[in-house]
Write a protein that binds this ligand. Structure first.
Ligand code: NDP
Length: 295
């Protein structure tokens, strides 16, 4: 029985973090500065607080200075904008990240537009996304999760150029930029979303699949082509009486079935997840190197 190669995002992410730490050390020793990342968290969503804590820890581990602002749920948009403006003008900060989702009384667009594009390490500013869509334009930053997906394909030597790629999901933060990146890599790209008719016929054409939907086990084995490469971005809690927490995390892809059909597949957890933070650190380093013209 065939079994797909496991794409080990956890170990690739560790490798990348080590490369970043070495670069930061070289930077510190030759020009006496290190990158800085500012994170703004509004409200007290538990998952957001965990993400922010992990980001901070990961920064410290590679030598990036992290600055954290926590604002109460009922803060005004003005308050958030004030902090963003402060970080925009702070030369020790090279990346600014606003943890999403924001409380519903805030306008996400206004807030994300306020981050200057030179510090937009999440890559969500419309100017950076706009450049990503255009030929011969270079975004200053590429969104972390899709960048991590492509990095995994590269590090595992997966062919992208000229191949059929299917992205399942079209969100601003994952699906859409993932499709744009694959297209920049010369893949032929289809995007499947909630209104797609016969999604299984489309995904079955794919040499490479990236799934970012948020529904457990949605991508069944019958939806994928033999020998394809499957990148599963989904992080979905499902009830599990055997787990001490009462739940466990699974992807969008039915791993058990898919791993018998694909040639390579990312696990959840331990696939794309760790890559997202590694790419955030990478973007912050890129930003600081650009500011100091450090090669
Ligand atoms: P969104 O909810 O913003 O987007 C989901 C997308 O999936 C939408 O485009 C939606 O289509 C599409 N969709 C919904 N149902 C179906 C269906 N039945 N068939 C095909 N497409 C469908 O989610 P995100 O992109 O933010 O996140 C997706 C998943 O990735 C989540 O599980 C999230 O937890 C995870 N994630 C993981 C990260 C990581 O670091 N590994 C980072 C970010 C997210 P439509 O546009 O038509 O509504």
């Amino acid at each position: 029985e065939d079994s797909a190669k496991v794409i080990d995002g956890k170990s690739v992410a560790k490798e990348i973090r080590e490369e970043i730490a070495a670069e930061i050390l070289r930077m510190k020793e030759s020009i006496g500065v290190v990158p800085g990342l500012a994170v703004i968290l509004v409200g007290d969503r538990k998952d957001s607080a965990t993400y922010v804590r992990n980001k901070k820890k990961s920064c410290e581990a590679v030598g990036i200075n992290s600055y954290e602002v926590r604002l109460p749920e009922d803060s005004s948009e003005q308050e958030v904008l004030k902090y963003i403006s402060g970080f925009n003008n702070d030369t020790s900060v090279h990346g600014i990240l606003v943890q999403l989702p924001l409380p519903s009384h805030m306008n996400e667009q206004n807030v994300l537009n306020a981050v200057c594009i030179e510090k937009d390490v999440d890559g969500f500013h419309p100017l950076n996304i706009g450049r990503l869509t255009m030929r011969d334009r270079e975004p200053l930053f590429v969104p972390c999760t899709p960048k991590g997906c492509i990095e995994l394909l590269h590090r595992y030597g997966v062919d992208i150029k000229g191949k059929m790629a299917v992205v399942v999901g079209r969100s601003n933060i994952v699906g859409m930029p993932a499709a744009l990146l694959l297209q920049r890599e010369d893949a032929t790209v289809s995007v499947v979303h909630s209104r797609t008719k016969n999604p299984e016929e489309i995904t079955r054409e794919a040499d490479n699949i990236i799934s970012a939907v948020g529904q457990p086990n949605m991508v069944r084995g019958s939806r994928i082509k033999h020998g394809s490469v499957v990148i599963d971005v989904g992080i979905n809690p499902v009830e599990d009486a055997n787990s001490p927490r009462g739940y466990r995390l699974v992807g969008d892809v039915c791993y058990e079935e898919a791993s018998k059909i694909a040639s390579a597949i990312t696990p959840v957890p331990g696939g794309v997840g760790p890559m997202t933070i590694a790419m955030l650190l990478s973007n912050t380093l890129i930003s600081a190197k650009r500011v100091y013209n450090f090669k």
